[in-house]
Design a protein around this ligand. Structure first.
Ligand code: SF4
Ligand code: SF4
Length: 100
């Protein structure tokens, strides 16, 4: 299993999760951060750190954000990750408000 980063991270990317990951497996792409599913050790440290609740264990990801399984498993391919994220944001009219 792995943890998955979902829609609330799009264009927010404050990187709070990166600071606490013990194996440095969270990586930044154009509009979202992505967890390397091969390196994640399922420790759960990142989940409570996210200010917009974007991180979930894969088996607890809300159904409405299933598209992010494919996006996260596209790691480490930036072309696929960036294009799938853009496509999702366009189709779902994502406009996440900046956090203070
Ligand atoms: S669950 Fe642990 S290992 Fe996996 S991304 Fe989060 S902090 Fe890193
Ligand atoms: S803490 Fe949440 S919003 Fe910030 S980069 Fe990580 S997943 Fe994205």
């Amino acid at each position: 299993m792995t943890y998955i980063i979902a829609e609330p991270c799009i264009d927010i990317k404050d990187r709070s999760c990166v600071d606490v990951c013990p194996v440095d497996c969270i990586h930044e792409f154009e509009r979202i951060l992505i967890i390397d599913p091969e390196e994640c050790i399922d420790c759960g440290a990142c989940e409570p750190e996210c200010p917009v609740e974007a991180i979930f264990p894969e088996d607890a990801l809300p159904d409405k954000w299933n598209a992010f399984v494919e996006i996260n498993y596209a790691f480490p391919d930036p072309g696929t990750i960036n294009s799938l994220t853009d496509k999702y944001a366009l189709e779902n009219d994502v406009h996440n408000e900046p956090i203070a």
